[in-house]
Design a protein around this ligand. Structure first.
Ligand code: NAP
Length: 305
């Protein structure tokens, strides 16, 4: 069966995801962008990456009616660049996501939605609220990227390969209140908390929190890390693989929170989120998670309804 992966926004992130899907012969891809020529131009470039054995293709458009029949819609659209904080353009991004939500609801109400645009947790929340799609089919992708960054810094700090690190999870907001979960991490089978002191722990937290700021001092914006994280989710959905990662999802009592969208560990299958996994947190991690949830909730409530 041929599936359709539609990607809204043909900027850095949208095109990097499209390139991975097409070059790995995952399925047909539709690039939809506000400026039509950009979507067409990017698809004309990416189309040359189709393997000769692939039966799939890619097209560009600005026409939302072409979303009809989409199995997965990935939202990477953005109205501007934030400089100091991911919530900087929150009002215009929320207006944008509401408009996109309306069009998706009209054209492909059965699709599984991956939200990538920032502020991630707030936009995922408003998308789900506007469409009333099942919360298990509206998936905000970011905590898995934060977790990749956490694992990377642990490997650098302890001079070990990333493959020797287990359970390097980052939960909470995709923002400054993110919560790296040290209590579950093991390195070569040993608890990380027996290998680092509090100062080293704080320094790792700060490195993960400020990763994007450091990256911005070398390169305008990130694209490849998030693209691979999104690709893995699309691959799991299309090829019925089980994937355990943290994503942002609307909570209804899990982790003691409700009416908020926040990064928690889940199991992804072909249907979207199959399960929100309960995870052991120590007392300070539980407290930090609570503060993070309240930070997101405050942002949601600050939007003029
Ligand atoms: N979740 C994560 O971990 C993560 C990581 C990296 C980036 N991000 C976020 O991902 C988003 C995209 O980043 P980027 O670097 O790819 O941005 P970008 O290069 O500026 O691209 C954004 C694209 O969205 C298009 N667009 C804007 N409004 C639209 C609408 N209503 N419908 C369709 N297309 C629309 C723009 O079209 P025009 O050509 O008309 O301008 C532009 O091509 C940002 O919000 C960024 O913060 C998230």
């Amino acid at each position: 069966m041929v599936c359709l992966i539609s990607i809204i926004g043909s900027g850095r992130v949208g095109t990097a995801i499209a390139f991975l899907c097409v070059s790995n012969a995952l399925d047909d891809v539709l690039l939809l962008n506000r400026t039509k020529d950009k979507a067409i131009g990017e698809s004309l470039d990416i189309v040359n990456a189709i393997p000769s054995t692939s039966k799939f293709s890619i097209h560009g458009t600005d026409d939302y009616s072409k979303l009809a029949g989409s199995d997965i819609v990935v939202i990477t659209a953005s109205t501007g660049v934030y400089m100091k904080d991911r919530t900087e353009n929150m009002d215009s991004q929320v207006t944008m996501i509401k408009e996109i939500a309306e069009k998706i609801k009209h054209n492909c109400p059965s699709a599984i939605i991956l939200v990538i645009s920032n502020p991630l947790d707030v936009l995922t929340y408003f998308f789900q609220r506007e469409t009333k799609f099942s919360r298990f089919k509206v998936i905000g992708i970011a905590s898995s990227l934060d977790s990749s960054r956490f694992r990377y810094f642990i490997s650098e700090k302890l001079s070990v390969p990333q493959s020797s690190i287990s359970n390097a999870l980052v939960l909470g907001e995709h923002g400054d209140s993110l919560v790296p979960i040290f209590s579950g991490v093991s390195v070569g089978g040993k608890a990380i908390l027996s290998m680092i002191d509090n100062d080293e722990k704080d320094s790792l937290i700060s490195s993960v929190r400020n990763y994007w700021r450091k990256l911005r001092s070398y390169k305008s914006r990130s694209q490849f890390g998030i693209a691979k994280n999104a690709y893995d989710v699309i691959d799991a959905i299309i090829n019925s693989k089980e994937l355990s990662i943290p994503v942002s999802v609307v909570l209804e009592g899990e982790f003691g929170e409700k009416d908020v969208c926040i990064g928690v560990p889940v199991k992804i299958t072909s249907k979207g989120i199959a399960e929100i996994k309960d995870t052991k947190l120590d007392e300070s991690e539980r407290e930090s998670f609570k503060i993070s949830a309240q930070t997101i909730r405050n942002n949601i409530q600050s939007i003029v309804q």
